[in-house]
Ligand binder design. Structure first.
Ligand code: IPE
Ligand code: IPE
Ligand code: MG
Length: 255
């Protein structure tokens, strides 16, 4: 929540987003267009992840959050889910050293308890290795759902009410925010969805309250540096108002 005027001024005047959140969509269609199995699209998508991370580091973006697997993606055919899991594990094993070398801090956000032990162990190892890194925070949303996130925050608060340390009347939107995933990080300034669909698909539904939304038809494996730069330049050209008038924002900028 951007209540503090200095936060609003910064967010309203900065041309580079601090936090970019991306729904990496269109892998399956990318593969199908080439007569390949869907998993080939997921594999090709890993390359785009590398390039996006590199661009974020170069541009001084502080946080990037990538939606890798939603809480609803378990509904996919079992074979695709299994392949996605093994790809996730492989990527974790293969990429972590390089991420660490590039000072990237890796965090997995979502209900990781649903993943098998091998993946959970790898996640713990990767997070521990990279936890002090400062060049970029990379959040991978895996078994993540915005509704799950809000529910777990509200549950934490309800437990406090139950045990008497909190009054229901003292629950504020700030308190709900503070118990969501990534509450220690700035909220996304820019949301990108590739693959042509214009929906949020249960991604960061609370945290996107004031994000700038950018949709592109480009399929995720084709989302190259130039495509990302186009999204960043669209962001840079927008006026964020946070409820103020355009004139007020102009005054803040010139102050
Ligand atoms: C996004 O690509 C990746 C995941 C959801 C894991 P899709 O697999 O949804 O690709 P399309 O939307 O079917 O093309
Ligand atoms: C959203 O994409 C989830 C990820 C990219 C991980 P989906 O492809 O699952 O979204 P829907 O089902 O088209 O809304
Ligand atoms: Mg999709």
């Amino acid at each position: 929540m951007q209540d503090d005027p200095s936060d609003i001024i910064f967010s309203a005047t900065s041309n580079i987003p601090k936090h970019v959140a991306i729904i990496m969509d269109g892998n399956g269609r990318w593969a199908q267009k080439r007569g390949l199995p869907r998993v080939a699209g997921h594999k090709a998508g890993v390359e785009t992840v590398r390039s996006v991370i590199q661009t974020c580091v170069e541009k001084g973006i502080e946080v990037v959050t990538l939606f890798a697997f939603s809480s609803e993606n378990w509904r996919r055919p079992e074979k695709e889910v299994t392949l996605l899991m093994s790809l996730f594990l492989m990527a974790l094993q293969r990429e972590v050293k390089k991420l660490h070398k590039n000072e990237v801090q890796l965090r997995i956000v979502g209900d990781v308890s649903a993943f098998d032990n091998k993946i959970q162990e790898q996640i713990k190892k990767a997070e521990a290795l990279t936890e002090d890194n400062k060049s970029l925070v990379l959040n991978i949303a895996a078994n993540y759902g915005g509704q799950w996130d809000i529910t777990q925050s509200v549950k934490t608060l309800a437990e406090k009410v139950e045990s008497g340390v909190l009054k229901a009347d003292d629950i504020t939107s700030d308190l709900i925010s503070q118990n969501l995933c990534m509450s220690d990080l700035p909220e996304p300034d820019l949301f990108i969805r590739t693959g042509g669909e214009q929906r949020v698909s249960n991604f960061l539904i609370w945290q996107l309250a004031y994000s700038e939304l950018y949709f592109t038809d480009t399929l995720w494996p084709d989302f190259d540096r130039q495509a990302f730069e186009e999204a960043l330049s669209s962001f840079a050209g927008r006026q964020r108002r946070f409820g103020h008038t355009g004139e007020q924002i102009e005054k803040m900028k010139n102050a």
